[in-house]
Design a protein around this ligand. Structure first.
Ligand code: ADP
Ligand code: MG
Length: 288
């Protein structure tokens, strides 16, 4: 049976944007009862565009906030960083160098720019550090938001929007037709997670999830008897990908994610995962 499966999985990967690294993961795909998706770049296009720059201090301009944020983001490969850098480029901002750059895992970035400590961070980071949200801040808006902190003072925030991939809704529907649950696990804020879930008919979502919590969430689902596949892209996702019954790295992500996962989703297209599951079911039905 092995050569047949190898041949089948090779054919599948060639045609359908999948790289099957561990044959057991292809074999196990037919048993999946829950598919846990990351959001950015898998269910969405993964291209963040800056929609708003809001300044909260009198002595500073929008472009200055962007300039400082961009200095930090030049050191990051997060899609948020790409969006902020694009905006800086569009506005011809000259980006200064940043010293002592540090990524705050799952929460943002920090560095020193021109002698000042700057942070660009998530809403979760503000809550955790008991920094009050700005008065006029609309936390109901379904947008990604990062806060800019200058010398421990909240200086403003930048909102960014991403687009849902055209294939995502159909992928979720096909999962449901096959009695497979769709779960969203994201580091992004609750409003964005809720909005994407509603639009796509996702069964459950978990927002502001930190990297180590992703691993816990996979275990929790498994303890409930679910057979779990998970998609992920970042270095941070590697432990959870390894824990999942089927780990799927998305193509544009980090090398470490791709090393950990049994399957690589070359085009980051959620429909390819669904096809993998259906193809696995069909292959093994024929073989029995
Ligand atoms: P996900 O992979 O689900 O997007 P991450 O753990 O990568 O989650 O990021 C979680 C949150 O941390 C982001 O939504 C953002 O608020 C913040 N964050 C992460 N990286 C950056 C960055 N480079 N710049 C600004 N904020 C960031
Ligand atoms: Mg990530």
């Amino acid at each position: 049976a092995v050569p047949l499966v190898v041949a089948k999985s090779t054919a599948l990967s060639a045609k359908n944007g999948l790289l099957i690294k561990k044959r057991t993961d292809f074999e196990n795909a037919r048993k999946i009862t829950t598919l846990v998706f990351d959001k950015t770049g898998t269910l969405t296009v993964g291209k963040f565009e800056v929609s708003k720059i809001v300044v909260l201090q009198k002595n500073i301009e929008e472009k200055e906030l962007l300039r400082l944020a961009a200095a930090l983001e030049e050191n990051s490969e997060h899609p948020i960083a790409t969006g902020i850098l694009q905006k800086a480029k569009d506005l011809s901002v000259i980006i200064p160098a940043a010293q002592n750059f540090n990524a705050i895992t799952g929460k943002g970035v920090e560095a020193n720019v021109e002698g000042n400590d700057i942070k660009v961070v998530s809403p979760g980071y503000l809550k955790e550090n008991k920094m009050p949200f700005p008065d006029n801040y609309n936390s109901d808006a379904a947008e990604t938001v990062v806060f800019v902190i200058i010398k421990n003072n909240l200086a403003g925030y930048i909102t960014l929007a991403d687009t849902i991939r055209p294939e995502s809704a159909e992928a979720i529907k096909t999962l449901h037709d096959n009695k497979i649950k769709a779960v969203l696990l994201t580091g992004d804020n609750k409003q964005v997670a809720e909005s994407v879930s509603k639009k796509l008919g996702i069964d459950e979502y978990y927002a502001e999830v930190l990297p180590h919590q992703k691993l816990e969430k996979i275990k929790e689902l498994q303890n409930k008897g679910e057979y779990v596949a998970m998609t992920g892209d970042g270095v941070n996702d590697a432990p959870a990908l390894a824990q999942a019954n089927v780990g799927i790295a998305v193509g544009s992500g980090s090398d470490i994610a791709a090393e950990t996962a049994g399957i690589v989703l070359v085009n980051s297209n959620p429909k390819d995962i669904v096809n993998l599951i259906l193809f696995g079911k069909a292959t093994y039905k024929k073989m029995i």
